[in-house]
Ligand binder design. Structure first.
Ligand code: MRU
Length: 380
């Protein structure tokens, strides 16, 4: 997508030195546009853990490049594969909820293991990192095409009046390599002349909505309004939300959806007010191995200072302030799980399906074929 009229991806290899990966450092948005250069696997692990990059698809792409950097720094010799395996394990632990992380690392280990010779392995890792990034951008573009049809229909029902879409957190292009998941249908509709307006949940504690989603929608010229996290239910009760579209960090093969903390409450409010609640995701965000999101998806807990403090822009610099009493404990659960029965549909690169195993596997039959033998039946 464009920043100041120039097209950017969120991560890409330095054009003049392929051993350096460049990424948009999201910690400084919306106030400063900073590009970070990452040259070691450890720096990439830090960039993921400390959320210079974040969001399911981008975490996967960053992990792909991180594994490539690991092939560059691992000593050629007997310990080469062991070094890679050790780094892979360390990288997987950086952000436990987003399944794209493990998915990208496993793809890399397979690609690296499939060729002999250190140079070949490095070449294969670079190719795979590029493929993961390209696929992510392309799948998000297709999500936009499928999701646009939903918005077009809502627009027709309103006689062309603005379609009001509520989104939570940032499942925009900043959370992927390009386009975004939840935002892709919005950008596509907007680009094709459909009138849309987005309610942007601020999404405390890290405020990915007010900082990132609002910024990228603004850069693209999409009308939007930032709201406090607790405002969505009120807006739905008054008919001011036509649809909710969110992203996901991990979705089970049965359609349970893990997403940024607070998503579940929006889904409950949407159900109570008969507002359609869609989840947009590339297939890389499905965890094909699990069926019960509540029991099986690990929920990341982050440092309490993200809750006890807030940061912002003051007189030309980024400052942090305490917002809770010094003596109060704070807890920081990063994600929650929205059970499938609250989800109207899943918007994927292959089309839209219902949030249940049968419908999902009809879109992805190769997953049914690959894994049905390994999994217990739901009733077992
Ligand atoms: O903690 P984050 O910022 O990495 O959280 C991920 C998210 O941005 C959201 O949960 C998002 O809605 C899904 S990721 C596309």
């Amino acid at each position: 997508m464009n920043v100041n009229g120039q097209h950017y991806r969120t991560i890409w290899p330095n054009e003049s030195n392929g051993k350096i990966i460049r990424l948009i450092d999201q910690r400084f948005l919306p106030h400063q546009f900073v590009i970070e250069e990452v040259g070691t696997p450890e720096e990439m692990a830090t960039a993921i853990k400390e959320m210079h990059v974040r969001g399911a698809g981008l975490i996967g792409a960053a992990a792909g490049y991180g594994m490539y950097l690991a092939t560059l720094s691992a000593e050629p010799g007997a310990s080469f594969e062991d070094d890679l395996a050790a780094f892979a394990a360390k990288l997987k632990a950086t952000r436990p909820t987003a399944v794209n992380l493990a998915w990208a690392i496993e793809r890399q280990l397979k690609a690296i293991g499939a060729v002999k010779g250190v140079d070949e392995k490095r070449g294969a890792a670079f190719e795979m990192a590029q493929q993961i990034a390209d696929e992510d951008a392309e799948y998000c573009r297709r999500i936009g095409e499928h999701g646009e049809e939903l918005i077009r229909r809502l627009s027709a029902e309103k006689g062309g009046g603005p379609v009001n879409i509520l989104t939570h957190c940032n499942a925009g292009w900043l959370a992927f390599v390009d386009h975004g998941s939840a935002t892709a249908p919005i950008y596509a509709a907007h680009d094709h002349g459909i009138s849309v307006h987005v309610w942007v949940d601020e999404t405390r504690p890290r405020s990915q909505g007010s900082k990132l989603t609002a910024w990228e929608l603004g850069e693209h010229g999409v009308p939007h309004t930032v709201i406090a996290d607790n405002a969505g239910g009120h807006l739905m009760q008054h008919g001011r939300v036509d649809a909710v579209i969110v992203g996901t960090d991990r979705t089970t093969r049965t359609g349970d959806v893990a997403n940024k903390i607070g998503t579940y409450l929006k889904a409950l409010a949407a159900k109570d007010n008969a507002v359609p609640f869609y989840v947009a995701l590339p297939s890389s965000s499905f965890d094909w191995n699990i069926r019960d999101g509540l029991k099986e998806i690990p929920i990341e807990e982050r440092g309490s200072e993200e809750v006890s403090h807030a940061d912002g822009w003051h007189r030309g610099e980024q400052i942090e302030v305490r917002v809770t009493p010094q003596s109060s404990a704070a807890a920081n659960f990063g994600f929650d799980v929205t059970p499938r029965q609250l989800v109207t549909g899943l918007i994927t690169e292959r089309g839209i399906c219902q949030a249940n195993e049968e419908s999902i596997l009809r879109l992805f039959p190769e997953q049914a074929a690959q894994q049905s033998l390994a999994l217990p039946k739901e009733s077992e």
